[in-house]
Structure formats: C-alpha cells, structure tokens
Write a protein that binds this ligand. Structure first.
Ligand code: ADP
Ligand code: MG
Length: 660
C-alpha cells in the first residue's frame, strides 16, 4: 500500500463522504505519522509527552533508548519512571521545580542528571512546555531532552582549572597581569599584589607609563613589554619598591593569532636573590683569598732573597762605603714589602698562626705608644679596657694588626681631628643576635669596640666594606686591604665583625672573639740564643726555592754551621742515609712539591730520634699541613726573614736541645 507524498493536501480537501474518501484520509494521516517518526526519530534529542497530572510518559522518541539505554516501553510503563531515574542529588530540586511550573502553567527549562541503564550519570537539558485545555488547566507536558554531558564535563574541567589557577594566584608570591596593545593594564591579580599595597585589578586602566611614573620608552619593564608586543618572550629581573621581581612577559594573542597585548608574571625573589648575592660574595672572597695566598707565598720567597743578599752584602762593606746607603735603601723597601706580604697572607688566612691565649685588654694596653704614633696628634685616644677580661685563642701579632688597621682607618676618617675610643668588655651572645648579625654560635665573647668621630659611611660603602680592593680612597692613600684583612683574621679566630655607621656620625667597629673556656698559662718565650758564638753543629737545609736556599745557606755557614743542602725531600733522605755525620737540625720549607716539610721531618725522625726541626714557610697550605696551625712549641719561622733572624732562630732551637 502506497502512502501519499503530500498528505497535508489530501487532508485540506473537502470532508470525506464515501468509504473511498475515508480510506484516502486514513492513508494521509498514516503518511503524516510516518514522516513525524522519521524526523523525530533521527534527532539526537528525546522528544517526549507526559500526563500533566501523573507525569506518566505518553510518548518518548527513539532517541530515549539510544541516550539512556532504557527501551521506550519502560519509559511509558511506569508513572514514576522519570522520578525513579533522576540522579539522587538532583531529584528533589528537579521534582520541586517541575511541580511548581506545572501548577502555574509555566513553560520551563531545567538541567539535571539521569542514571542511564549502564549506571552512567547523563546530564540532560529539559525544555518543557505546559499544554492546557480551554479552562487553562494543564493537560500535557511536552518537552525536548538534550544530552549535555559533554558540555557539562568541559565546564567542570574548566571550573577545576580555574580553581587551580585561583589557588596558584592565592598561594604563589607572584603577580599575573595582562595589557592591551597600548600597554594599558587589562587585569592584574596575585598574592604579591598585597605586598605592593595594591588590590587585584586596581591598576586596570592605567598604562605601564603611568604605573612606573615615567615617559621613557626604554625604561626596562616598558622596553620588555614592547618586545613582547613585537612577538618576543622575555625574562628579566627588576627591583621595585625594595623588592626584587623575576619577571616573564609574552605576547597575548587573539583567536586569529594576532598579538592583542601582553601577559606577564612576576615572582618576588627578594629573599632567594639576596642569598644568591651572599653566596656569590663568599665565593669571590674565597677566590681572591686563594690568589692572595699564592702571590704572598712567592713574594715571601723573593723578599727573603732580597733582604738576605742585602744583609749579607752589608756585612762585607766598610762602614763608610758609599754603597752602604743604597743597600740600606733596598733593605727599607723590602721591610715595607714584608709588611704588605704579611697583610696579604693574613687576608688569605693562610699564614701559619701560632695561637696562644691572648687577653684583648692587655693587647690594646700594650699598643698604646704605637697607636698614638699611628693616629697623630690631632686625634685624642681614649681606652676603656675591662681588666681580667679573659683570654681568646688568637695570634697576638694578628690581633695587633686588626687593631692597627681599624685605628688607621679611623684616623683617615678624621682628617681634622677627633676622638678614637677603644673599649673592651666581656659579653654573652644569645643564639639569634649571634647568628644573624655575626654569623657565630651563641656563647661568651670578648668584645673590642673601635669608635671614631669621623666622616662615617653611607649604606653602599658599608655593604662592600670587607671586600678587598674596594676603591674608596684615592690611589696611594690606602691599599683597600685593611678591612678585608681584619675580616680574615677575625673569622679565622672564630669571631665576627659588626659595623655601625652613618654619614657624618662617625663609625664603630665591633670585633667579637670567642672567649677560651679556661685561662691558659702564658706561653714562655725562650730567650733569644746567642748569635756571636761560633757554631759547630751540622744543619740539613731543605728548600726548593733556589734564591732562598742560597741565602739561608750563606747566613748559616757564616755562623760556622756545617751545612748539608737538599732541594727536596727525596734528596734530603738520601743525603741523610749516605752520610755518617750526625745531623743536629733539619731546617726545611713546609710546602714543597712531592714531599712537604712535615712528611720529611717525620721520615727523618724515624731513623734519627734526636733530630730537631725548624720549619720555614711563606704560608702553610691548610691541606698540606693539616689545619694550618702548628703546636705552640713547634719551631717555625715565617718568611720573609733576615739572615740574622734565621741565625738567631737556629741557635735558639739548638740551644734548647739536649746534648747528644
Ligand atoms: P683602605 O683604607 O685602604 O681604603 P680598608 O679596607 O681599610 O681599605 O677600608 C675600606 C674603606 O672603608 C675605606 O676606604 C673607607 O671608605 C671605609 N672605612 C673604613 N673604616 C672607616 C671609618 N672608620 N670611617 C669611615 N669610613 C671607613
Ligand atoms: Mg684602611
């Protein structure tokens, strides 16, 4: 049986009068119905109709089965199908809304989840029309159910992303902003805004020029944003209102890919970057220290040779020889070179120190004359020394150097006179101030304060104070090593330094040195040996540096010593093994290639138990000599030295020896 192509036309014709006409109309209706099912059935949405009173479905389109998995007859078979299959969380609200809307005859829309046959929750959007009768009473509900699960999931993912983004902005010490093509802020948010005293989006509408209060297009952040507008991604660091921000800016693009503005993020890195700065500074000091130590070492060998030959030459000249005056000039110059090399060594912390128990008050008191001479007549010297201060473990000569350096600086800061106050006292430092201001552990310290009424320092001078070669004085006025040396010495003693100063208000340097737990008995200084007696002992001299070897050899041979000379450890051991003579004293350099002085002394002592040892050194590399410190009783001579000094030292060591 064929159905008409245009059933509407058949139905529009005159009312049926014959059986044939009735049959024609039936066909037209069936054709309409078929077309309706084809159209509705193909739509990916559920068309439905339900009784307005009972909510039982009277019709659902085939999509109902495809979308939720329940066959159409199940939908229509139960009055409670819809309510039963609503997601429990959405049930109450949806039922309530639907009931209210139906009662008032209102068309309505709702979104809810239904549980599908396979257990999935399916998000549906329901567009409901209320069909009323002539008395406006609801008869049918008709609607379309659309599956919006995909959209809902996308929304949810978006919401989660947004929440995560929010969390980042709230937690990270950062700021995120966007600008348009004119560098006008279109958004600004982030936790770090608060630290800048800004509310989120407060700057929206302002341009970067207004924000940074500049019209300079090359001002760093503006220049970088302009690069971003040109398509570049840039990173830079900027200091702003006392904080340091690590900043990243990129172009912001619209859907077509065209640059529509910029997006930036800045992180407050003030804390970590000052740590970086400190670390960098420590590294620099270390490197400079190593360099200074190396230079000083070589320098000391040279000075030893220069002073040695000068001294020996002087001895051979008549008192009236015109050369004498020139040689004296050389000697004076090398004395100054010696002092400079000593500073370099102290700064590099590689000088072999012979620490004893030193009382700061006694040291300061003992320097009275020297200080008075150093600071001149225009500066008044005042000492406030606490008696019985207790002892610190330090090398007396080094502490004197610290005090002298501070006094000289104070004098330089008071060109037209003033007052220099040196005071000492015992203090107990708590953990926090000790660590924070001095970098030392808590405990008992001897405090030496050196105050002047001089020109003082601005913060930038204070910041670099302890760096060597910090050029604040005109050439020739200072070496720039004074405070670096002070710092090196104090650190080696386990102490700390503090500076208080303001321009025009003078300066105070505070030196904290750890007090030794127990007062140690004074070291007894042996009497210098007699140099005039003719010597008879045999000395084994070991020194790798030729110039020094020659000078020491000549100086000791002149005294009458029987000299054995070696250029290194192996040669010395061979000499000792092959010789039949007794060796009374080993005079050896400490740092030599292949075998160090200590190693050599240990080996030789094994076969010659009575052997005395005198070490010489330009420095002792802590790696080569253990901790860089010798026992207070070890015989040791710091280079450079004069022929007289080595002769006296050798006599002293041998004089103290038991007779063999
Ligand atoms: P130098 O004295 O050779 O310049 P220092 O390391 O001794 O080197 O001192 C470094 C700088 O610190 C000085 O040049 C000076 O600017 C500053 N300074 C040190 N002590 C004082 C002080 N007591 N008063 C003012 N400035 C000082
Ligand atoms: Mg100085």
């Amino acid at each position: 049986m064929s159905l008409p192509e245009r059933p509407e036309a058949e139905l529009a014709a005159a009312p049926p009068e014959t059986e044939g006409e009735i049959e024609r109309l039936r066909k037209a209706v069936r054709a309409l119905e078929t077309r309706f099912h084809e159209i509705v059935g193909g739509i990916e949405a559920i068309a439905w109709e339900a009784d307005a009173a009972t909510w039982q479905f009277t019709f659902v389109s085939p999509a109902a089965e495809r979308i939720l998995g329940y066959p159409v007859h199940e939908w229509r078979g139960s009055r409670t199908f819809w309510v039963d299959h609503l997601h429990p969380e959405d049930r109450e609200a949806s039922v309530e809304l639907c009931r209210a809307a139906t009662a008032s005859g209102q068309d309505h829309e709702l979104e809810y989840r239904m549980i599908a046959a396979d257990g999935r929750a399916v998000w549906l959007r329901d567009l409901v029309r209320v069909v009323t009768d002539a008395q406006e009473r609801p008869v049918f509900l008709r609607g379309i159910l659309i599956d919006i699960t995909a959209r809902k999931e996308a929304e949810e993912a978006l919401r989660k992303n947004a929440a995560r983004y929010r969390l980042l902005l709230e937690r990270l010490p950062a700021v995120v902003w966007t600008t348009d093509r004119n560098l006008r802020f279109t958004s600004s948010e982030g936790k770090a805004l608060a630290a800048m005293g800004l509310a989120p989006d407060q700057v929206v509408g302002e341009t970067l020029f207004e924000f940074f209060d500049t019209s300079d297009p090359d001002f760093l952040p503006i220049a970088r944003h302009r690069q971003a507008l040109a398509g570049e991604t840039v990173d830079y660091e900027i200091e702003w209102r006392g904080r340091i921000f690590l900043t990243h800016v990129e172009p912001l693009r619209d859907e077509s890919g065209a640059v529509s503005g910029t997006i930036g993020v800045a992180q407050d890195v003030t804390e970590s970057s000052s740590m970086r700065e400190q670390f960098r500074h420590a590294q620099k000091m270390e490197a400079v220290g190593r360099l200074a130590g190396g230079v000083a070492h070589d320098f000391n060998n040279l000075i030893t040779a220069i002073t040695g030959y000068t001294e020996l030459a002087l001895r051979t000249l008549h008192a009236r020889d015109p050369l004498r005056q020139r040689l004296e000039g050389i000697r004076r110059a090398s004395e100054r070179a010696t002092a400079l090399a000593g500073q370099l060594l102290a700064f590099s912390r590689k000088r072999v120190v012979q620490p004893g128990a030193v009382d700061l008050s006694e040291v300061v008191a003992g320097m009275g004359d020297l200080l008075a001479r150093l600071i001149g007549e225009d500066v008044e010297l005042v000492s406030n020394l606490e008696p019985g201060l207790g002892r610190v473990r330090a090398d007396r000569g080094e502490i004197e150097q610290v005090i002298a350096n501070l006094a000289v600086n104070a004098r330089d800061a008071m060109p037209s006179g003033g007052k220099l106050v040196l005071s000492t006292r015992g203090v107990v430092l708590d953990e926090v101030p000790a660590r924070v201001h001095l970098g030392v552990p808590a405990g008992r310290y001897a405090l030496l304060a050196v105050s002047d009424t001089g020109v003082g320092m601005d913060p930038s001078t204070r910041a670099h104070l302890f760096e060597p070669d910090f050029p604040t004085k005109e050439p020739g006025k200072g070496t720039g090593l004074g405070l670096a040396t002070v710092y090196g010495i104090v650190k080696q003693c386990g102490g700390g330094v503090r500076v208080d100063s303001e321009p025009g208000k003078g300066s105070t340097f505070q030196i904290y040195l750890p007090l030794a737990g127990e007062a140690r008995p004074e070291e007894t200084t042996p009497l210098p040996g007699e140099v005039t007696d003719r010597a008879t002992e045999t000395v084994l001299l070991v020194e790798d540096e030729e110039l020094v070897r020659a000078v020491v050899h000549d100086a000791l041979a002149q005294q009458g010593y029987d000299m054995l000379v070696a250029t290194g450890g192996a040669e010395a051991i061979e000499l000792a093994a092959n010789g039949s003579r007794p060796i009374h004293l080993l005079v050896t350099d400490m740092v030599m290639p292949q075998m160090g002085g200590r190693e050599l002394a240990r080996r030789l002592s094994a076969s010659r138990p009575g052997l005395r040892v005198l070490y010489m050194s330009g420095y002792a590399d802590p790696a080569a000599s253990g901790d860089g410190l010798l026992s207070p009783r070890a015989a040791y001579l710091q280079k450079p030295f004069t022929p007289d000094e080595i002769a006296r030292k050798v006599r002293e060591v041998l004089g103290a020896a038991p007779t063999l």
